[in-house]
Design a protein. Sequence first.
Length: 604
Amino acid sequence: MREKKSAFYCKLKMEELIIQAVIKGIASIYGAEVDVNSIQPQKTRKEFEGDLTVVVFPFTKISKKSPEQTAEDLGNYLVEHVSQITDFNVVKGFLNLSIAAEYWIKELENINQHQQYGKAAPSGKTYMVEYSSPNTNKPLHLGHLRNIFLGYAVAEILKANGHSVIKTQIINDRGIHICKSMLAWQKFGKGETPESANLKGDHLVGKYYVEFDKAYKKEINRLIEEGLTKEVAEKEAPIFKEAQEMLRKWEQGDEEVVALWKKMNGWVYEGFDVTYKTMGVDFDELYYESDTYLLGKSAVEEGLKKQVFEQKEDGSVWCNLSAEKLDDKLLLRADGTSVYMTQDIGTAIERYKNHPNLNGIIYTVGNEQNHHFNVLFTILKKLGYKWAEECHHLSYGMIALPDGKMKSREGTVVDADELMAEIVNDAKKMTQERGHLDGLSQHEKEQLYAQIGLGGLKYFLLKVDAKKGMVFNPEESIDLNGNTAPFIQYAYARIQSLLKKANELNYSSIYTNVELNEEEITLIKLMKDYPIVLHEAGANISPATLCNYIYELVKTFNHFYQNIPVLREEDKNKLAFRLVLSENVAKIIALSMKLLGIEVPTKM
RNA sequence: GGUCUCGUAGCUCAGCUGGAUAGAGCAACUGCCUUCUAAGCAGUAGGUCAUAGGUUCGAAUCCUAUCGGGAUCACCA
């Protein structure tokens, strides 16, 4: 679904107008045709005069003149033939065009008329966005936060691009790792419950996952001392064998094991619900691995029939991927049991059965599974599923701690609940120090701390290109100055304050004749970009693109705010215009932050 | 070893579908609150865009190679 920017870019009227005029201009001046793609109007850099710039180097072959002369010729033609172009100047091969002020005023009017400015018309397409996908043997950690915030933001951005979106997660609720927690609880838990331990259910279960690992390691060491090699010891440790036995019983539907499994998973879900609520995310549809882990076998049979897969002598089934320069992939073991890939093939097909109008699935999964998804999509395509073309692995980089990887077995993780509580507490401290809290109720104050803290955390994780890995130092609290959510929220709050005062003073926001200054034009140009950026963020599945844009917009607004009076302006026309301008900046901030899952406060 | 990916200021990152003198934030230093919220604004300093070639009128951006970091190449999930 990756798409070139230019295709969309050209739909914007001013740029399109210029492109058409340049084509005509070249034809009229030099009598030749130019390639449309070689005309790319771009914003004029701030150090030069003008609003839009056309690079004329590509035309010099046609004109057989110097870049300067070519630009000069074209500039004269454009000023003469395009009424919105008022002036031009030439710097080397760059033709800088000045656009009439009325154009910018109209642009703002257009923005002002749309409450949902930037939102695309319905595309008729439906995408499923899978994110979170937790294991039910431990609480969520920082890595999940990145995953979940990313997936949520992508889902919202796609919606704003006019697509229908189904948010989903696949819950990894079965398997050996789950049995480990269950077994350790059975052995060492003494009937402990979330209530009795006064612990969130997911944390309680996670505690026993760590307990298992401790006991397991002890047994391994004992066996090694008894003379076994490490590999053998790992397989022979009694507690490990017990866990395997428990998994077998679960698969056979053993009542006692299943009851324990249900009880402990129930605790975990209660815990997850609380965490998700704090995070402010939701899902439309849930898939449980215990329901899906046997899926895919019929797809394998179908693949065998179509000769997409092949069966070896031992009965195992493989997909030959040498044409794709990938290693062959096993899909069914000799004993007929399936592997992870089989299950993912089955689940994808199941999802299309449930939603026949689905155009694609976006999987938000760490980059350690790049290869897995590459193979998955390749196999689905081989099986002839057309929708596989629009499946996408939203791959994100791992978050490491200063001393290395996070390991949940060893308990060296940054816990999601703790981190969120800490950052909200930081926000509380900072907010109280500033003391702009008059007139807020206790509830409103708490809400504000949460908006700032969680907003800061989300933005911190979203502003970096997803594919990049990052190191998180728990000692250094997350920065809330500079390119951060509070910076953006603050600008929003200041605008709200302006609007409130204007309202109290009964200032009109109706203007007739206005002269624009540079700061205002710069702002409108950026605001006009919002739909383009939103489209780009959707096409590239990149919330970071949106973050960068908001930051740029806010910086530009702050510059305006600092230098240009609004309420203190004596010319009532200008005052009204600036109110409308500010209000619409705030609107774009709120709309775009909402897509990132970040709230904006009216006061801070 | 094969494949993929990243390498831009002391640190964290933008910019990467080729365009002008490579931009922010943090940290350091300097100004600006009797004036719309100083979580702000303005400024100083800080760069061989990993390295070497190539394509181009033009390369941080595209191609090739090399170096360095990460991921992956399971009958684990």
